[in-house]
Design a protein around this ligand. Structure first.
Ligand code: CO
Length: 136
C-alpha cells in the first residue's frame, strides 16, 4: 500500500546551523526557509534525489514541534512520510486494524498542501508516521 518515502522530518534546535551543515558539509541542495504559520513550523527542504529531508523548527506559539524540541533539546527524527495513492482507503484500513490515527482520524492538509494523516508512534515501533496522498 505505501509507496515511496516522501521525506524524513528532523526537528532542529538551530535551523540556520542545520541548513549550513547539510549544504556546506554534506554538500546537499537545500531550499530557502519557508515559514508555515498554520503548521507552526519553519522548514528547509534538503533534496536528495530519491527522497527529501525536512528540517523543522518551531514557529510561533502552539507549534506542534515545540514540545518535541523541549523533550529533545539536541533535536531528533520527528517522523517518516510515506506516499499513498488513496489516503481515505489507507486511513480506513488503519482504523479497522486498530491503529490510532491522530486528530480523530480526520484527513488534513499537510505542509505540502496535500492530504495527510499521522499515525500514532506507539502503533509503529516508536516512530510517528505520516501518510501523504500523492496522485500520479
Ligand atoms: Co511531514
Amino acid at each position: 500500500m505505501i509507496g515511496k518515502l516522501n521525506h524524513v522530518a528532523i526537528v532542529v534546535p538551530d535551523l540556520e546551523a542545520a541548513t549550513a551543515r547539510y549544504r556546506d558539509l554534506l554538500g546537499a541542495e537545500v531550499s530557502a526557509v519557508q515559514e508555515l504559520p498554520e503548521h507552526g513550523v519553519s522548514v528547509v527542504f534538503v533534496e536528495l534525489g530519491n527522497t527529501k529531508i525536512e528540517l523543522l523548527h518551531p514557529l510561533g506559539r502552539n507549534s506542534a514541534v515545540a514540545g518535541f524540541l523541549a523533550r529533545n533539546p539536541d533535536g531528533g527524527m520527528h517522523h517518516l512520510c510515506f506516499e499513498v495513492k488513496d489516503l481515505k482507503e489507507a486511513t480506513e484500513k488503519m482504523i479497522r486494524a486498530g491503529a490510532r490515527v491522530l486528530g480523530d482520524g480526520k484527513i488534513r492538509t499537510g505542509a505540502h498542501g496535500l492530504p495527510v494523516v499521522f499515525l500514532h508512534p506507539k502503533d509503529f515501533d516508536g516512530t510517528l508516521i505520516e501518510l501523504e496522498e500523492i496522485r500520479q
